[in-house]
Structures are given as C-alpha cells and as structure tokens.
Design a protein around this ligand. Structure first.
Ligand code: NAD
Length: 448
C-alpha cells in the first residue's frame, strides 16, 4: 500500500472520482443485501437503513463528486509585508495510508462514510469493521473486494483487540480514524502516540436532553422518542437521559408515553421497525440497569430475541452506574430539576458530552444553555438530526472525541494543509541579507 501510494496514482482527482463512482455503483447494486444484513444484525428497517446508512453514504459520495474540484483547489491567502512580493497558498495534500476502524451500531455508514472522505482526499485505506455486526461486514467486504485493488483499499477483519494492535504495531499509518467507545479510544490514542500518528476519535458519552418549562411538550416528546428509540437506542448521539423542568414533568411523561405507543404500538416486540440489541453481552449490561430505577413504561425483554422494550425509568440515583456510564440502549432515565444551576450540576457530572439537546421556546434560555454546556454538538428543539447536515462538523470534545468529519470536514480530516510561499527571484532587496547593522529601524517597521 505504501508503494501504491508513493506511485502517485491516488493524487489524480479523476482517479479519486472514478473510485467514488465505482463505490457508489457497488453500494446501489448491493442495496438489497445491505438491507438484509442490517436486518439480521440489528433488525433495522429498509427505511432506516436508507436514511442512516446506505443513503447517507451515497449522499456523501455525491457531494464529494460535485465538490471535489473545488476542495482540491489551493487556497490563496494574503502575504505578510516582510515576504512581499511573494505569494502564499495552502495546498490540500493526501496523508498517505490511513486506517479506519468502525463499531457495530451503524456498521455500514461508520466504515464507509469516512472512507468517502479518505478516497476524496487521495489516500490509501485500511478498513476494519466491527466483528459484532458480521452480516453487514460480509456485504461490505464483498463490495470492497469487487471495487478496489487490495493495495489501494484493504479490508481486514477479526477481533479488534488483536487485529488493530498488530496492524498499528507493524506499520506506521499516516492517520487513524476510530469510531467506538471511549475506553478503546484511549487504547488507540496510546498506540498512535507511540508512532506520532495523528488520530480522529469519534467516541461516545452521556448526551443530556433538557426539556424546559416553556418547551412545546408534544413536539419535544415526538422528537425525543424518534431520536432515542431509533436503532433501539444504540446510537452515539441518542438522548442518554432527560432533565425535565419539575413544573412540566408529568405533562411531558404523559406525552412521551402516548408517542411511544403511537410509534411502536402497544407491543413493540411485534413492531417491524423497532431494533434489537446487538448481542447478549450488551443485552445483559442493559438489563442490569433496569434495577437502578423505577420502571414507568416498558421494562419487558426477551433474551432469546435480544429484545428490550422502549423503557422509561424514574427515581434513578446519580451515583448509580446507570447515571455514570453511557446507556447505549432503549432505557431512558427521566430526572426533574427546579433551577438552571441544579440541572447544570447534574450535567457536569459527565462533562463534554457528544451532544447536548435543549427544548425551549425562549431565545434567552437557548443562549444561556448553549453558552453554559460544552458539548461536541447541539440541537435546539431537536435531537440527533444535526449529524445529517454535512455542513456541520460532526465530532466530540474531551472524552467524547478528538476531531470531526462529514462533507468537506471529512476531506479536511484526511488531508494535510501544506503551506506554500512562492517568491519571485526579482527583486531581491539586500535588506534581508547580512550584514544587518543599521537595518533594525526598518526591520521594526516590517515585522511587528
Ligand atoms: P465495538 O466494540 O464494535 O468497537 C469498535 C471497534 O474497535 C471495532 O472495530 C473493534 O474491533 C475495535 N476494537 C475493540 N477492542 C479494541 C482494542 N482493544 N484495540 C483496538 N481496537 C479494538 O464498538 P463499541 O466500542 O462497543 O461501540 C460503541 C461505542 O461507540 C459507544 O460508546 C458509542 O457512543 C460510540 N460511537 C460513537 C460514534 C461517533 O460517531 N462518535 C458513533 C457510533 C458509536
């Protein structure tokens, strides 16, 4: 792969576009197989697969095809006085051979979306899908093998704890793009540091969702239910817990219960678009949380089918693991608060969430919340949909991640910004050459 990259073939913009077109065609040809695989791994409906997996990647490819000529253009910038009459520009340069590691919850999108950015930016790519979504991994492998030479895009599989360290130990990648848990993110960061490899870490965390006293309660209930129980809560930016103002708590809970039944029927286990937990390990972890609060709605489950009902919990203790770990499942604790400061102090127990959501009709409150809560991203009167706008960089901060991507930000993530100064050979004033005695006054005017 190193030699393939060094040959310069990936530098050609036409080559990159051609590879993106081939990838898009192969994805569309395999659409049915992708749908079936994601149903097998996570019980996803074809509609959900299109919006959050296949369609999202196709849209990313279409955007890159449309914008690539523009993205690769060197950016001309002004030149400082001392360097005149030079000209200055910033060139986007491919990084080289990059590694992309994906988790199991959106196994297709989280591997192929960064791949689009990496190809657009002119890199060679090693892909490592999650071993916990094997049906989807098998289709992705077929696609990659049918489209790319293995010295250009290489597909590797297996237990991440073995495969990734051996890859990163034996080879110096030019960038590692990792999506997954904060715990494994730390391990990746450490391994990358050893070789001074730059990283993007797309991690998780507890994303709080505030419902203010002046919120439009019915709209909040609908949008929160859609965001929380999509993929049975196994989404990095799902509202992890609700902080609802005490004055509207009962009204909000009643509205949420009503919407839950509308969306998933009285028996969500029979609902064709309600997801399943990925595996028994995750299932057992989630069931354990059920004893850490009072079940208000849901709480039923079936270990054989890895089904857990959409569940509301109250009376949860802040020092329980339910309120200290990312839930990443269909359990939604509801806490109430009476003052802004009280809610802020609860959120501060798990700082730097990947996302922060606030439902309010007041611009003043919106401003107050957005200024006060540091987070990777945020929505006002909405949840999770910020990630579907490619014009917004998607990423975390602190423990929820390092770096960002989507759209042009993906191209930037997988490019090096090379600063170039071009100086004509004439004129060539003697001022900048020694001896310097007597030139201090002029230099002070030019630099400073
Ligand atoms: P996972 O267990 O599938 O792991 C992710 C990847 O890391 C896999 O490819 C796996 O093989 C690899 N891996 C596992 N152990 C490793 C090790 N010791 N060394 C190197 N690689 C290893 O997925 P997960 O971590 O359970 O994913 C869930 C987490 O991912 C949640 O915390 C969620 O919030 C986060 N997530 C974040 C985003 C985001 O965009 N920020 C998106 C989805 C998921």
């Amino acid at each position: 792969m190193r030699e393939y990259f060094a040959s310069g073939v990936t530098h050609s913009v036409e080559f990159r576009k051609q590879q993106l077109r081939l990838l898009r065609d192969a994805i569309l040809q395999h659409e049915q197989a992708i749908n079936e695989a994601l149903y097998q791994d996570l019980h996803k409906s074809p509609e959900e697969v299109w919006v959050a997996e296949t369609g999202l990647v196709v849209a990313e490819i279409n955007l890159a095809l449309k914008k690539l000529d523009q993205w690769v253009q060197p950016q001309t910038v002004r030149t400082n006085l001392l360097n005149l009459p030079s000209s200055s520009r910033i060139m986007a340069e491919p990084l080289g051979v990059v590694l992309i590691i994906a988790p199991w919850n959106y196994p297709f999108q989280l591997l192929f979306n960064p791949l689009v950015g990496a190809i657009a930016a002119g890199n060679c790519v090693v892909l490592k899908p999650s071993e916990f979504a094997p049906a989807t991994a098998a289709v992705m492998k077929t696609i990659v093998k049918s489209v790319f030479e293995s010295s250009y895009v290489f597909f590797t599989e297996g237990d991440g704890a073995t495969v990734v360290p051996s890859l990163m130990d034996s080879f110096r990648f030019d960038h590692v793009f990792y999506t997954g848990s904060t715990a494994v993110g730390r391990i990746i960061y450490r391994m990358a540091a050893d070789k001074l490899t730059p990283v993007t870490l797309e991690l998780g965390g507890k994303s709080p969702c505030v419902v203010e006293e002046d919120a439009s309660i019915e709209v909040a209930a609908k949008r929160i239910a859609l965001a929380k129980w999509n993929n049975a809560g196994q989404i990095c930016v799902a509202p992890d817990y609700i902080l609802v103002h005490a004055s509207v708590r009962d009204r909000f809970i009643a509205a949420l219960q009503k919407v839950m039944e509308q969306f998933f029927s009285a028996d969500p286990s029979q609902c064709d678009h309600y997801g399943r937990i990925i595996n028994s390990r995750q299932f057992d972890r989630l069931i354990n949380y059920l004893s850490m609060g009072t079940v208000l709605t849901g709480g039923t489950y079936n270990r054989d089918t890895r089904y857990i009902a959409p569940t509301l919990l109250t009376d949860v203790k802040l020092d329980s693991s339910l309120m200290q770990e990312e839930i990443f499942g269909p359990l939604l604790p509801i806490l109430s608060y009476s003052s802004f400061e009280e809610a802020c102090s609860i959120i501060a127990r798990n700082p730097d969430p990947l996302a922060f959501y606030v439902y309010t009709e007041s611009k003043e409150k919106e401003k107050q919340w957005l200024q006060r809560i540091p987070a990777g991203g945020a929505c006002v009167n909405n949840s999770i949909f910020h990630l579907l706008n490619h014009r917004l960089p998607f990423g975390g901060r602190g423990t929820s991640g390092v770096g960002a991507y989507h759209g042009k930000y993906s191209f930037d993530t997988f490019s090096h910004k090379k600063s170039v100064l071009r100086t004509p050979t004439w004129p060539d004033p003697s001022l900048k050459y020694p001896p310097f005695r007597g030139k201090l006054g002029l230099l002070k005017k030019l630099v400073g």
